[in-house]
Design a binder for this molecule. Structure first.
Ligand code: IVH
Length: 677
């Protein structure tokens, strides 16, 4: 019997060798071993992974196999961003989804027609047709820039290369999900970890002949850019493209109201195992395309669609220990280290316990037998404790009152609810090295600096080696040292250099988001960026006096409240935080806030709303104003150009204040007039 350490050593060597050959094959275009030797190497690794579950923690081969470095394909900007979906896990989440839509559209709890469609667990792609001819095919990439994989997509027999119909729009972009059938996967399963991985690997082969060897299929589910727009609703769209020979999912169906949503969900969940493709839930989309347009998107996902996931897979295991993790905003999260257990195909050895209260409420103790669950890509959770299996000698778990850095932690009083926070936090900011490391991971993430090749794992590694301790270190990396590290060759270093150089030029809103101030997400970062306009304006936050003055004005902004202001003040009151952000700015070129629409109907105008509109919600009126170049403020001030008074319950005090300041007061119909002028 081989020793565990020997197996690990053997496994690591094989992984290194695979990485090396991937590099020869994908980047240098000069494979050094035959295809069959390469396949054998992959197989050996997969066999080891399947046999020895403890190898999981060394990073799985999934991430390496068939995932060629992304610089291989030409990068092309999407005509319209490819967004993600927000998730629902139960009936309550779906009720909330419908309620939010009703609120936005100013409707009174109407049961809107939704289109329900299986959510395929595959790889998303987009197909662009001009005058009915397939001219471009892209992968999702980061959502805003995709990769040119047209040749590979063309090998899918069932993707129309030409649409022969009179009524095809001049420009037609079809969004689809590419997958490999379960039966087909069975035939090649020794080469890949799962069907999704096989599809991804195949679709991103540099050689389209290779792609054609793996039987890929797809379902078209939506559209991107379409000119002229001829579709009125989603179901009609699907019917039409089916006629044009696209493959659409036969299980799609319109539903009305929560009961039908639940029924459809149960029905498909029952069918799930009989389908030839993996699905992890259903997508529910507002059927009416006009309403979809009105609803629009938040930063990452449409307001008109949601992925309702199937219920979580559960398993029984035992808690070996409870560890503490510190997040980038200082949140202290307890994590149960459990005996490794297979939960729906994935080996789980960590599960979140959320917070101190949760541990107390469920009286969770080290040594307890527990049920854990895992839904989608969400972190596994501890559901319940089997007290009958508890050891008599077990004692209550005492939640540590100190952060891993040694500082005292505290539960704050929420500014908005005046209740004590459930989460305990460390307030040391960059002075706590555990927070600092998490902040770095946030900074390099996709939505922030988006540095290819500098992911969470590399940050961990570079942190341990003292190569990166704070954000500005990213821009003064010692590449000579990196070159000596295992797995880093000239090419990967050059790619990293390029990616870092590229990231130096960043927009103000992304920069603000990257800092990772608590309560300042992507949306708030945009609001702040439009307020400050340039990095120079933003630097007023660094010095205590000018900060206080600036912060007073921030409360005017619609969307920014006391909570956010308090959090910004807190962040920059810490001199280490401020110094670190200053050092980072020195390394960057930060682009001024780009005024979205300079010739919009409300460009350079500041508006405020009071009272409800007849035909739309406040959120929609705000979105329309902003899309037309205007800024929406949340309180009366001299800077305001218009106070827009709606019919329903306007606040008299606001009207009086506006009159006193000589601000122009207009009605809903005047606002509409300007818009349509
Ligand atoms: S609709 C986001 N419908 O899921 C815009 N997406 O998490 C609306 N997906 O990138 C997406 N099956 O690739 C939609 N029936 C389906 C889908 C589906 C799979 C993928 C899609 C998207 C991802 C979002």
């Amino acid at each position: 019997m081989e020793e565990r350490s020997e197996i690990i050593e053997k496994y690591k060597k094989k992984i290194e060798s695979l990485k090396k050959h991937n590099n020869f094959y994908y980047i240098k275009d000069k494979p050094k071993i035959s295809d069959s030797d390469y396949d054998n190497l992959k197989k050996e690794i997969i066999i080891l992974e399947k046999k020895y579950k403890f190898l999981k923690k060394f990073g799985t081969v999934n991430q390496i196999i068939g995932a060629p470095p992304s610089n291989k394909f030409l990068k092309i900007k999407h005509l319209q961003p490819m967004l993600s979906l927000s998730n629902a896990f139960n009936k309550e989440d779906m009720r909330d989804f419908i309620k939010k839509i009703n609120n936005f559209l100013n409707l009174k709890n109407e049961n809107l027609e939704l289109l329900a469609e299986p959510k395929i667990d595959g790889i998303s792609a987009t197909l662009i047709y001009e005058k009915g001819n397939l001219i471009r095919g892209l992968s999702r990439g980061d959502g805003s820039i995709g990769e040119d994989i047209l040749e590979n997509l063309k090998t899918l027999f069932s993707i129309p290369k030409k649409i022969n119909a009179k009524d095809v729009p001049e420009l037609l972009e079809i969004r689809c999900e590419v997958y490999i059938g379960k039966k087909d996967f069975f035939k090649i399963k020794d080469n890949f970890a799962n069907p999704r991985n096989a599809a991804g690997g195949s679709l991103r082969q540099k050689n389209s002949n290779e792609t054609s060897k793996i039987p890929l299929k797809y379902f078209a589910y939506g559209f991107g850019a379409v000119k002229p727009m001829i579709f009125k609703n989603q179901s009609e769209f699907l019917k039409k493209i089916k006629k044009w020979n696209f493959s659409t999912n036969p299980l799609s169906e319109t539903v009305n109201g929560l009961d039908q949503i639940e029924t459809k969900h149960r029905e498909i969940d029952k069918l799930r195992s009989t389908l030839d493709y993996d699905i992890d839930g259903l997508v529910y989309k507002v059927n009416n395309i006009n309403l979809q347009k009105r609803l629009g998107n938040t930063s990452n996902s449409p307001r008109w669609a949601i992925a309702y996931k199937f219920s979580a897979e559960k398993a029984v295991t035992k808690i070996k220990n409870i560890a503490i993790q510190v997040g980038r905003t200082g949140a202290i999260t307890p994590v149960a280290k459990v005996d490794p257990v297979n939960v729906g195909g994935v080996v789980v050895s960590n599960a979140t316990l959320h917070n101190e209260e949760e541990i107390q409420r469920k009286d969770i103790r080290i040594g307890d037998t527990i049920i854990i669950q895992r839904a989608g890509d969400v972190i596994p959770q501890v559901v319940s404790v089997d007290i009958s299996k508890r050891d008599k000698s077990s004692t209550k778990y005492m939640f540590p009152k100190k952060c891993l850095c040694g500082a005292e932690t505290k539960k704050e009083l929420s500014k908005s609810t005046n209740k004590q926070d459930a989460v305990r936090r460390c307030f040391k900011g960059y002075d706590c090295k555990f927070i600092a490391k998490e902040k770095l991971k946030h900074i390099v993430s996709k939505e922030a600096f988006n540095i290819d090749g500098l992911g969470k794992k590399v940050i961990e590694q570079f942190w341990d080696l003292n190569l990166i301790k704070e954000p500005s270190d990213i821009f003064r990396l010692d590449y000579k040292k990196i070159k000596k590290l295992e797995g880093w060759g000239e090419l990967s270093i050059n790619n990293l250099k390029k990616a870092i150089d590229k990231s130096k030029m960043i927009s103000l809103d992304k920069f603000i988001y990257s800092i990772g101030i608590r309560h300042i997400g992507q949306e708030n970062a945009k609001i702040l960026s439009s307020f400050f306009g340039s990095i120079k304006g933003f630097t007023k936050l660094f010095e205590s006096k000018s900060r206080k003055k600036t912060l007073v004005n921030l409360v005017d902004l619609d969307g920014i409240g006391e909570t956010q202001v308090y959090s910004i003040d807190n962040f920059f009151s810490n001199i280490t935080n401020t110094r670190i952000i200053k050092d980072l700015i020195d390394k960057l070129i930060i682009k001024n806030y780009a005024v979205k629409n300079n010739d919009g109907k409300f460009s350079n105008k500041k508006l405020m709303f009071t009272g409800g509109f007849k035909n739309m919600s406040r959120s929609e009126a705000k979105a329309i104003t902003e899309n037309n170049g205007g800024k929406v403020l949340g309180s009366i001030s001299k800077k305001l150009d218009f106070l827009v008074v709606g019919d329903s319950k306007p606040t008299q005090k606001k009207i009086d204040q506006a009159k006193q300041l000589n601000i122009k007061i207009i009605l809903e119909k005047d606002w509409n007039k300007i818009l349509n002028s």
